[in-house]
Design a protein around this ligand. Structure first.
Ligand code: FES
Ligand code: FES
Length: 213
């Protein structure tokens, strides 16, 4: 077995071909420099940046009708766009957050026809005629929704990024009768991650709101 020192010596050994007389380390350095030269503009000036993620234009669009927070909207959507992106970028409802964008964090939770879903995992074009509720629709006539009040009362947040998703999910959790105990709440809210770790306050807020609603 070679020692660490022997390994080092072998790495510095002369190229076995003997043609160049260069150490392996030198060859690697030179090839790196050559690769760099090949990608540097010959002029040495500033080249226009090359986009590696140019948006691909849709070949068709779909017109859908959504009832969002009680208001009807008729919108044209790229059939590839998620409901989350359409809410945030087309309807400017940025209260619904994009965390992981892959169904793992719950930050994008909304109510779709009364059921809680993660809006990053579904295409807007699939929901023509759907009724959607987002965090923006909860306050009525200047009055916070009981869950919003309970989150404030119980310190159910720190940075607040996960909070819209937590609250929308909690509405679903209570409506499903899954908020009967603290353990139930922990289990049925487990799809909503809080990176600040505000869980004790969140669970207390949901339990309190469940009693009041
Ligand atoms: S952004 Fe949708 S689950 Fe994380
Ligand atoms: S309050 Fe910061 S992520 Fe939950």
């Amino acid at each position: 077995m070679r020692s660490f020192a022997e390994g080092q010596a072998s790495n510095n050994a002369v190229d076995p071909s003997g043609a160049s007389g260069l150490a392996r380390r030198d060859v690697l350095a030179l090839s790196g420099a050559a690769a760099l030269a090949a990608t540097t503009p010959a002029s040495g000036g500033c080249a226009a940046p090359v986009s590696t993620s140019a948006a691909i234009e849709p070949t068709s669009t779909a017109t859908i009708r959504l009832i969002v927070n009680g208001k009807e909207a008729s919108i044209e959507v790229d059939p590839r766009r998620s409901l989350l992106d359409v809410l945030r970028e087309t309807l400017n409802l940025t209260g619904t957050k994009k965390g992981c964008n892959q169904g793992a964090c719950g930050a994008c939770t909304i109510l779709l026809n009364g059921r809680r879903i993660v809006s990053c995992l579904t295409l807007a074009a699939m929901h023509d005629g759907a009724e959607i509720e987002t965090i923006e629709g909860l306050e009525k006539d200047g009055e916070l929704h009981p869950l919003q009040g309970a989150f404030i009362e119980h310190d159910g947040l720190q940075c607040g990024f996960c909070t819209p998703g937590q609250i929308m999910s909690a509405i679903g959790c209570i409506a499903e009768s899954h908020a009967g105990s603290l353990d139930d709440i922990r289990f049925w809210m487990s799809g909503n991650i809080c990176r600040c770790g505000a869980y004790p306050g969140i669970v207390a807020a949901v339990a309190d709101a469940a009693k009041r609603t």
